[in-house]
Ligand binder design. Sequence first.
Ligand code: CTP
Ligand code: MG
Length: 409
Amino acid sequence: MSTVPARIGVVLVAAGKGSRMGDVDKQTALLGGEPVISHSLKVFESYEDVGAVVLVMSVDNVEAGRRVVRDGSFSKVVDVVIGGDRRQDSVKIGMNVLATRPEGVPEFVLIHDGARPFVDSEMLTRGLSAAQKLGAAIAAVPVIDTIKIAPHKVVTSTPERSGMWAVQTPQIFRFDVLKIAHEIVTDDATDDASMVEQVGGLVGIFDGSYDNIKITTPSDLELASLILGRRKAELNGIGGSEGTGGQAQSGSRFGIGFDGHRLAEGGPLRLGGTDIEFDHHLEGHSDGDVLLHAVASAILGAAGLGDLGSRFPSSDASLVNIDSARFVAESARLAGEVGWLVDHLDATIIAQRPRLASFVPRMVTEIGMIEGLENASINVKITSTDHAGAIGAGEGIAAQAVATLIRAT
Ligand code: CTP
Ligand code: MG
């Protein structure tokens, strides 16, 4: 047992405005059901050489950041602080927290963008070993595209591509090396390494990865969810050339789902995640939304994961009155874990009353907004039984659905 501080202190910067992302806060947006920053926090939490982690958030998302730390029980996060106007100001604020920790200043500081959820422990190991040699090391990948210099949209030169690297984070530094660079360089800097370069320090490169994208625009979040699906499938041994995992190797699968519930006095009627004005509602342990139940059941079926009842037993008191969107989200998440993404949903609601056609667009939107389904195409249809049978007599409403899942790889 030693009392020396752990070797690496982490500053996770997530205090930007995310202006290219639109209205969504990219740092706390859900990716695979978890906030973007929690993917990196998990990696740091389980990496032995990391001691303290400082999370730097903006005024607007600091509370959300604290919640992420609480919900994820990230015990290494020593502080969640508010950053500065420029990225380098946010880094400096985070480093100041590390510099004043009771356990002492760490040997290395690791700077990582909150917007890069795909750092992994192998990358940290490569980075630490490179930083030990030169005092500073940054994750990077060889540039794939040909680069042109064209200051006025007219090409002036084509630099030799070999030897060019696209730079990412993590960037790892001996603590004092980066501290001094931040004290001397006050002009705008594009990254921390460039500040070290400016003061004459050596900066090494270690392999990042092409997966290690920075979420900048909404389409990056879509890309990230595909990358996550593939990585999870790889972890589960699916999609490799060995074809392990007991899953079919074909590109798509279908699943069918059905559910029916009784109608009882009193509205509103909850269907497709939508409250519909009506004098009856569907009885049920959850919110009774038969359409979402049929959809969730179809997804589980296609992924070969059994049925809704055994996944979400009615004996589970925490599920009373629950929003059935949770069942769909959880089913899609479980399917993702075994390497399948929802590509298409087709559903039919079978109801005599009320008239539902005008609510279909809303239901489609609601279903599409459920985490894990944002990329699926969705079709909802309505039919009656022409007054035949129990449904025709208005005793209940049923729904059926077919889900098409595609391989995440
Ligand atoms: N960052 C920060 N403090 C700032 C600016 C940026 O902590 N004042 C962080 C961002 O939160 C992000 C990382 O630095 O995790 C990389 O920055 P970038 O991708 O440019 O994110 P934003 O600045 O938030 O996005 P945009 O430039 O589109 O506004
Ligand atoms: Mg920015």
